[in-house]
Design a protein around this ligand. Structure first.
Ligand code: FAD
Ligand code: NAI
Length: 469
């Protein structure tokens, strides 16, 4: 095999692409990975999950010190935010983790191609580097793992300074006095929490009648109440019809979603976060006839293979939630299929977490989805106000809600709002993956005093036998 001929070439090194590369290499394949960004790790490590969590962590520490330490008898004098240091520490974390992927590539003998990848035919990927030099890479298989990009909105021109996307919102040089966020989803609520904690007035403009519209409505109601109590201004059923830049910032023109009297909200920074779109432009898909669905996503079968033999796709660029762990699992599965093994991803059991305070985590069906599907179910709900650890820590917001099939008791969905919900959901995911019943969770011993006892109690509540309620 010539040096430039591979078993698999992956375009994109995000959590989908880099994990696929490592797994394929572990399985003995010769692997190349094309990445146009200077560092590996994709959206997630560079401008997504990791930097946003770094800022959520730092800003949460500040808010704790400011508002909660005194309750526990800890006095802090002269507390202030050193934004430059906060941003530098975030950048350091990003550099360490992207460097970690570099290390794993070397360890697994994965060849990295720096530049933009384009598919010429199902055996050739052309890589064009920043200086315009093009090189042809031959391969038996291709995995498209190009991820997603910010969804634009008519009338809102992004300039990266006053009107920004999540990328710039991760590095604002100073705390905005007033930040208007278009879209009350994952990014809006996480980044809104960061800047509100650091001192911004935050207004969230959401088109639908509630924030995080895909979530269980019980959770959404509680979440909205908590965020408002924290000081976030949330305008639902409202649309942005235009943003005009001013000398000091921007005027955001909003009106009721169904039309009506408009209103101007003046602010200094606007964050556009109304979703993300799959990234397929310039990939050369038309050269080989790879089919897209009606939402511009690459269509794949159960083996993550497109309609063109030997071309696979994973992650944000295909159907399903745009989440890093989903991309990773699909990357592993695609590598397994290419190597002649069987890959496995269960699309019905993918957890989702919003890393606000408190966190919101869910897996499986919402109550609304079960009603719509005509499935009979029982509900078990347990509030953190009755959980001893939450009470001890003086953080009692939220609850655990378990939805179980009325006949079989099989767990169909779990929704948690509360401190540490993102870690707690793992138990529910495992239970659902193993087809557990609510009773299985109820009969499992949970350590005391932990937040996880609320999961056990919610499972017991499905059968109306919660102890501490
Ligand atoms: P990506 O990570 O987008 O990687 C694709 C890579 O392909 C990029 O590096 C891109 O440069 C490269 N590329 C694209 N086209 C080409 C080309 N033609 N040639 C060469 N390279 C190319 N998800 C979570 O699960 N948890 C979180 O906490 C979370 N937080 C997020 C916070 C923010 C602000 C954002 C924006 C997203 C967040 N996400 C989170 C979503 C997560 O980042 C994505 O779901 C995940 O990165 C998708 O992985 P991927 O491998 O499909 O694509
Ligand atoms: P999102 O889909 O989470 O939320 C977008 C919100 O904008 C929705 O509530 C939607 O109803 C609203 N909206 C749509 N059009 C609108 C309009 N014209 N005006 C006002 N509101 C409008 O998208 P977001 O926040 O941009 O994030 C993109 C994706 O990135 C997420 O869907 C998620 O997959 C991923 N992500 C995941 C995170 C995590 O796992 N913790 C964190 C951040 C992002």
């Amino acid at each position: 095999m010539s040096e430039n001929r591979f078993d698999v070439v992956i375009i994109g090194s995000g959590p989908g692409g880099y994990v696929a590369a490592i797994r394929a290499a572990q399985l003995g394949l010769k692997v190349g990975c094309v990445e146009k960004r200077k560092t590996l790790g994709g959206t997630c490590l560079n401008i997504g999950c990791i930097p946003s969590k770094a800022l959520l962590h730092a800003s949460e520490k500040y808010e704790e010190a400011k508002n909660h330490f005194a309750t526990f008898g800890i006095q802090v004098k002269g507390l202030s935010v050193d934004l430059k240091q906060m941003l530098a520490e975030k950048d350091k974390t990003v550099a360490e983790l992207t460097g970690g992927v570099d290390f794993l590539f070397k360890k697994n003998r994965i060849t990295r191609f720096s530049g933009t990848g384009k598919i010429l035919d199902n055996e050739t990927v052309e890589v064009t580097s920043d200086d315009g030099k093009a090189e042809k890479v031959l391969t038996k298989n291709i995995i498209i793992a190009t991820g997603s990009d910010v969804a634009p909105l008519k009338g809102v021109d992004i300039d990266g300074k006053t009107v920004v996307t999540s990328t710039e919102a991760l590095s604002l040089p100073k705390v905005p006095k007033h930040l208007v966020i278009i879209g009350g989803g994952y990014i809006g609520l996480e980044m809104g929490s960061v800047w509100r904690r650091l001192g911004s007035k935050v207004t969230v403009v959401e088109f639908m009648d509630r924030i995080t519209p895909g979530m269980d409505q019980d959770v959404t109601k509680n979440f909205t109440r908590i965020l408002k109590k924290q000081g976030m201004d949330i305008k639902t059923s409202t649309k942005v019809v235009g943003v005009k830049k001013t000398k000091t910032g921007a005027d955001v023109k909003v009106e009721p979603a169904q039309g009506g009297k408009s209103e101007i909200i003046s602010c200094d920074v606007v964050l556009l976060s109304i979703g993300r779109i799959p990234l397929t432009i310039g990939l050369g898909l038309e050269n080989v006839g790879v089919a897209l669905d009606d939402r511009g996503r690459v269509k794949v079968n159960g083996r993550f293979e497109t309609n063109v033999k030997g071309i696979y796709a994973i992650g944000d660029v295909i159907e399903g939630p745009m989440l890093a762990h989903k991309a990773e699992d699909e990357g592993m599965a695609a590598a397994e299929f290419i190597a002649g093994h069987t890959g496995y991803v269960n699309p019905d059991v993918i957890p989702a977490v919003i890393y606000t305070m408190p966190e919101v985590a869910s897996v499986g069906k919402t109550e609304e989805q079960l009603k719509e599907a005509g499935i009979n179910y029982n509900v078990g709900k347990f509030p953190f106000s009755a959980n001893s650890r939450a009470k001890t820590n003086r953080a009692t917001d939220g609850f655990v809600k378990i939805l179980a099939d009325a006949k079989s008791d099989r767990v169909l969905g779990v929704h948690i709002i509360g401190v540490d919900a993102g870690n707690m959901i793992a138990e529910a995911v495992l239970a659902m993956e193993f087809g557990a019943s609510a009773e299985d969770i109820a009969l499992t011993c949970h350590a005391h005093p932990t937040h996880t006892e609320a999961v056990k109690e919610a499972a017991m509540a499905v059968d109306n036998r919660a102890i501490h309620m």
